[in-house]
Design a protein around this ligand. Sequence first.
Ligand code: SF4
Length: 252
Amino acid sequence: MYVGPFSNNWGTIYHVVISLPDPPENPINTRYPVNEIFQTIQGEGVFTGVPAIFLRLQGCPVGCPWCDTKHTWETNASDRVSAEHMLAKTEASAHWAELTADDILQLFKQQNFTAKHVVITGGEPAMFDLRPLAEVLESQGMRLQIETSGTFPIQTSAATWVTVSPKLDMPGGYLVRPDCMQRADEIKYPIAMQKHLDAFDKLLQSCPPRTDAIIALQPISQRPRATELAIEICQQRNWRLSVQLHKYLNIE
Ligand code: SF4
């Protein structure tokens, strides 16, 4: 914004330029494409065993061939449904509902969810500005965790627990970002064979995480050889093992 000109008693003319910050975004106006909301037990990583509300957002361009949520990749207008329809889904589908942070909180209350830990997953949740959502949920005493591929800038509250599960050399062509690796509280890496570990080592060298970040290896698809390798490496390096507890328990 430009204001002026002004002059003082000696006739000097001043031109004053004032630039104002953009008005803060109203959280009520930020909308998220929500594929799924459910309460369960966190089955992976540091919070394994913790009761959690899962909020799955629609949309991901990363293109991992083994992705088990391929139905979240595309956000087509023709798949948009009401919140009620989205909640009533009984099987995975590309249907999504557009919800604000306040709508999401209201649905948590309507569903009588009791968990205080909220896992935001996808799809790729870092495609969205999660700060308004964090503001609303944290004001209710909830803790956020996001699970991201590390390929989009992370926009969330300082208190959010960030789990980066780096996806390397995927068909979408997105690179893992050094700023995401630095923001990560936890780095969870799926592994099945030695070449996966070699690629991960290269990433740790080129994009080092914080020294206090927790590193966890997750055997792919509970395969015995993958599990054996992950256990061996975790013991050698004092890393953690993440075993996808929900798959052993056969829960969502
Ligand atoms: S980043 Fe996640 S959601 Fe996206 S394709 Fe890969 S596994 Fe699937």
